[in-house]
Design a protein around this ligand. Structure first.
Ligand SMILES: [Zn+2]
Length: 248
């Protein structure tokens, strides 16, 4: 997929996919490197690191102006979906100064939230210009998945793809093509966050096994919304210091 942001720069969207597979009574993440990443402009990529496209979006400062994310709800959403979207946005409004606001005709950049039952979730990273999407589908049409996808919309990356993740995750005996590559980015605190909503559920090759003895589970297995560090990361990214959240 190719998206033009202005006359000079063509920005190629990055896509994050994660899919729940139902095994026994537990939902477990699995995910694949989306084709859209691999088809992006080669000038923006280094071999084996197509996720750099997502990182480059971050470097270009493609965040949402004043922390205001304009959105539309696609016709494909049913009543339940809309309720879950509302819960997800309320989570952001309670813990950060970011605000999701319905798109007005004068808003050029916005995210369309839509259903795609070929994926669990997929969203473009950062504000890419014009219309972009955040999609949910299958059995993932729920608040935690929407919080995760909107995290990508806000410029967050997967926690388990950090450059220093080898200190916290073990991928021993995992086939190389099953492991998500590292992405060169860092969080303001630098602390590794197993509880991040942006961390896949662990104990599989997709997100590895925790190396810290006290950690048994990761991501949505322990947290349905934004973790403390997620909120901290977003508030730092969007200069929320001193700005009240709706929940306070
Ligand atoms: Zn994701």
């Amino acid at each position: 997929m190719v998206y033009k942001t202005n006359k000079k720069v063509v920005v190629f969207c990055s896509v994050i996919v994660f899919i729940f597979h139902l095994t026994s009574a537990t939902d477990i993440f699995t995910c694949e490197t989306p084709d859209a990443w691999l088809s992006a402009d080669s000038s923006f990529q280094r071999p084996g690191s197509s996720e750099n496209v997502a990182y480059l979006n971050t470097l270009r400062g493609m965040r949402w102006l004043d922390g205001k994310v304009k959105y539309t709800l696609d016709r494909s959403l049913n009543h339940h979906d809309k309720q879950e979207v509302s819960k997800a946005m309320a989570e952001y409004h309670a813990k950060t100064c970011v605000r999701f606001e319905p798109k007005q005709s004068s808003d050029p950049d916005y995210v369309n939230i839509e259903i795609d039952n070929s994926v669990c979730g997929v969203a473009q990273v950062c504000r890419i210009g014009g219309k972009q999407f955040a999609r949910i589908g299958k059995n993932c049409r729920s608040m935690p998945t929407i919080v995760h996808e909107l995290g990508h919309t806000l410029c967050l990356h997967h926690e388990h793809q950090r450059m220093d993740r080898h200190k916290y995750l073990n991928f021993r005996d995992c086939p190389e093509d099953s492991v998500h590559p590292k992405i060169p980015y860092s969080t303001p605190s630098g602390l590794y966050d197993y509880q991040s909503i942006m961390h896949y559920q662990c104990n599989s090759c997709k997100a590895g096994w925790p190396t810290q003895p006290d950690v048994q589970k990761c991501g949505m297995d322990v947290n349905n919304g934004l973790s403390v560090l997620d909120a901290d990361h977003i508030n730092e990214m969007y200069n929320c210091q001193g700005m009240p959240s709706a929940g306070l």
